[in-house]
Design a protein around this ligand. Structure first.
Ligand code: NDP
Length: 273
């Protein structure tokens, strides 16, 4: 039996075991996927122990993604760009490969909703780990412009500078945002506390697409607010979660699982997992 797990703290509400178990069933792969919640200062030791015991691969979530980046032997180009690792695979040669599938998951989910990125004007809210992971895959789709707004403006400026070789990307304070955006992606953690990023309601219009990386059984605060101001096309991050998992599963098993049915099952069971 091949063993996989997700490291996080806290991790007990993770949907990853549910998702990967369904992927394994669907693709007829024999594997076990569990949870590990090491102490905040115990991740490095727990990771080493897991692979010493024969573990094949793992996911890494908050707050260990940046530390995982420093602990692997090799990094994929997108993990290097993201500065964070959410997927680790042990190769047959005993090399620990670190990758980051979050941004690819976001783009796959947007695409599956029929959202066009190429030639569009995109506003990305937040400049934390999730924003960093999303930037390279988003810019690869060649939007006409990508603007980053963040509560701490200097972090948005820093990200824009770091990624500007990949496309037209700039930073703008929330107060100074102007013009019409085709898509707003909320990568802030504001919704976790039921809060809203300080965005002017005038930026919302009927044809805009709204994406919140956060998800829940009901609308996130941001999606609720956007709907109130006339947004008709809103999406939460549950699909991104499933798509980034599918990408990780493909790295580990060399077979790509379908995501539609798994997402349906996850939605149906969200309250009880
Ligand atoms: P970080 O802690 O790295 O970054 C948080 C960001 O949110 C920062 O830019 C911070 O601004 C901003 N922020 C926090 N509170 C507020 C607020 N009240 N108003 C405005 N801005 C705020 O978190 P991550 O980037 O790792 O995660 C962000 C979100 O993305 C989380 O909700 C997480 O659950 C979600 N996520 C979803 C995934 C999925 O698969 N669906 C995958 C990865 C993440 P500042 O810099 O000023 O502090």
């Amino acid at each position: 039996m091949d063993h996989y797990l997700v490291f996080g703290h806290p991790v007990r509400h993770s949907k990853s075991p549910f998702i990967h178990t369904l992927f394994a069933r669907q693709t007829q792969q024999t594997l076990e996927y569990g949870l590990a919640e090491p102490a905040i200062d115990g991740f490095a030791a727990a990771l080493q122990h897991f692979f010493a015991q024969g573990g094949k691969g793992c996911n890494v979530t908050v707050p260990f993604k940046e530390q995982a980046f420093t602990l692997v032997d090799q990094l994929s180009p997108r993990a290097k760009r993201a500065g964070a690792v959410n997927t680790i695979k042990l190769t047959d040669d005993g090399v620990l490969l670190g990758d980051n599938t979050d941004g690819a998951g976001l783009v796959a989910d947007l695409t599956s909703h029929g959202v066009t990125l190429t030639g569009q004007r995109i506003l990305l809210l937040g400049a934390g780990g999730a924003a960093r992971g999303a930037l390279a895959p988003l810019l690869a789709e060649q939007p006409t412009e990508l603007v980053i707004a963040n509560r701490t403006h200097s972090k948005a400026e820093q990200l824009a500078a770091e990624f500007h070789d990949l496309g037209t990307v700039s930073a703008c304070s929330y107060e100074q945002l102007t013009g019409t955006f085709d898509l707003i992606i909320n990568s802030t953690s504001a919704s976790l506390q039921g809060e809203l990023p300080p965005l002017a309601a005038t930026l919302i219009h009927a044809d805009i697409a709204i994406y919140d990386m956060m998800y829940g059984a009901t609308d996130t605060a941001f999606i609720g607010w956007a709907k109130q101001h006339g947004a008709r096309r809103t999406m939460d991050g549950l699909g991104m979660l499933v798509e980034q998992a599918a990408e990780a599963f493909t790295i580990w098993r060399g077979i790509r699982p379908g995501t539609k049915q798994v997402l349906r099952e996850l939605k149906r069971n969200l309250g009880s997992i």
